[in-house]
Structure formats: C-alpha cells, structure tokens
Design a protein around this ligand. Sequence first.
Ligand SMILES: [Zn+2]
Length: 352
Amino acid sequence: MQPLNKPADDDLDFSSLPPGPFATVAEMHMSRTPSPAREGDAERRAQGLYAAAVRAYETAPAGTCTFVCISDTHCKRTCHHLASTTFGSRLGRAECPTRTVSADGELTLPPGDVLLHAGDFCTHGTLAELESFAAWWHSQTAFCQRLLVPGNHDCALDAQYERETTEEKEELASSERLHGCGVHHHALSLLHRPYIGSFLLFDSGVTTTVAGFTVWGSPWQPAFWGAFNLPRGPQLAAKWAAIPGDTHVVVTHTPPEGQGDYVPRSRARPHVGCEALARELLHRVQPAVSVFGHVHEAAGVSVARCGSGRTTVFVNAASCDTHYDAVNPPIVFQLRRSAEGEAVVRVVGTDE
Ligand SMILES: [Zn+2]
C-alpha cells in the first residue's frame, strides 16, 4: 500500500504493522473528494471506524492506553462521522443539512483514555473562540486526560503575537480590565487545568495515568502565519532538542518534513514540514508515535523506520479539510508494552 501523501519511499515500511487497519485509515482519508456518493461512502466508513474504536477500547488488554487524536478543528466540533457544528453561530447545523448529528446536536468522540489535540482549535485566535472551545474541551470528561498544544491559529495563547487589528487590540485591553492579566495568561488558565486532567503542553511533558506512557508537546512551527512561528534552522532545532529521549508520543502542531506534510500546490517546497523535527524524531527520540496537524491536505497515517530500526507511526490528525470543513474522523491508536518493554502501537481501523 502507499502512504497517504507521497509515493512509496525507502524510508517507509509498513511490514511490521498490522495489515488491515492502516489500509483502511489510509483509504478513508484519501477518498474524501466532496460528492454525495463519496460522502455517503466516507460516512459509512467513518461509522465503521467508530464501531471499531469502541470495540478496541472495550477489549483492550490491561496495560493498554487508548489515544483519540484530533487537530485543526478550527471552531468546529468533530465526531466519529462527518458531522460538524460550530461552537458559535457562524455556521450552524442548518448550513450543513446533509450531515448527520444526534438529536441534541452534541457530537460523540470515540472512547479512549487520552484525548489529544494537536492545535488550531481556533480560526481567528480570539479569546471568545478560545473560551467556547474550552467549554467543549472540558466537557469531554470521559477521557481521564486531555492533552493539547496550541497551533498557529491559536493566537491568544502566544505572548509574542503582535495583535494587528483594532478589534484584537481592544480584546487585549478588555481582557486586562476583566481578568487583571493579559490575553495570554487568561488563555493559558482556560486550558491548562491539571487538576481536572487538562494539560496544555508547551515544551513540556506529562505521563499518562493509564499505563504510564510519556507524552511531550510543543506548539512551534516553521514561520508561516499567525502564532508560534520560528525561522527554520537553529531556533526550531533548539526547541526539538528539548524533547526527552524517552518520549513515547510527541505532539506538535507542525508535521516533521516528509510525513503528513505534502502540499502539492506548494511547488517550491511541497513537503512543508519541519526538517529539524524530522531529524530529531527519526535519529534521536524515535518515539512510538508522532502526532501533529497543520497541513489539512495531508491528514492520515504514515510510518517510517528510524535510524535504529525502530518504527515511528506518524499521525496527521487534521480534522478539517482545506475548505475548513471538519470531515475527517478522529484517529485512534493504542499503546501497550511488549514483553521486552518496548511500546507497541496499534492504529484502530475498520477491518478487524
Ligand atoms: Zn489548521
């Protein structure tokens, strides 16, 4: 089978992975050209994936940690099928009548121990968007831990972000009046609430309460637009050098170069991911899983063999497509330990 986002490559090796699930996840993400027939097909597959995720969670052996990954939700709620609504009123259910949502409009994520969000929960990055997202995020109490990193659209979380418009500057001033602190601190306190299991990872890590796997998260990306930009080169490399070598799951907003980062229309540099991150992941950290988003057009799963022969699974969990429609189901993976103590990954699919 082919990886999702580029032709076969010597670095990619699916041989050590279970056959069905990967193919299914890959196909699902490849066949999402919007047409009624395709949408119906994709919705059936997504519902199959949801059922598989429930089965996988309920039958997981002891010592298994189940992660549900989403990213780039951009003010939409994402669920197991193609339904999406927004937190605010800009795009209500009435505007996507072909989509299915439950009677009360609340959408259900597949079950898991850890909910991961790889950034871009906002669109414009205002406090109002962030507050709305935080209300939804903190309602996901079925997950004992919820971990997230900010993306380039989540500007309110970036202390360095230069507010440009009058509206943005007014928000900054009113936040200081209301909360006695800047947007940045208020935004952080909205999401980083360890006492209820919500961790905003900011060049920092956490250990999962289920099965004790280590997760590290960082928001930085090669300079593009919005917040958390750094130039390619030493500054980004220094951020990635801080990832501890014993990390099982690395969560970033940017993809590493060469995995889930292919943008065909970007002629000069179609693989837009960070080369320094790729180097660090493949040659030093060699995590079991690398989770990211940012590149909506390359959502899906790929695998690469690291320098030592270990494999890393790369998950581009972008929920929105390039039209900012939340059409991609969450990607679910499970971690457990082998008899030798190595982390073993299983990506949940529908062919089980
Ligand atoms: Zn995005």
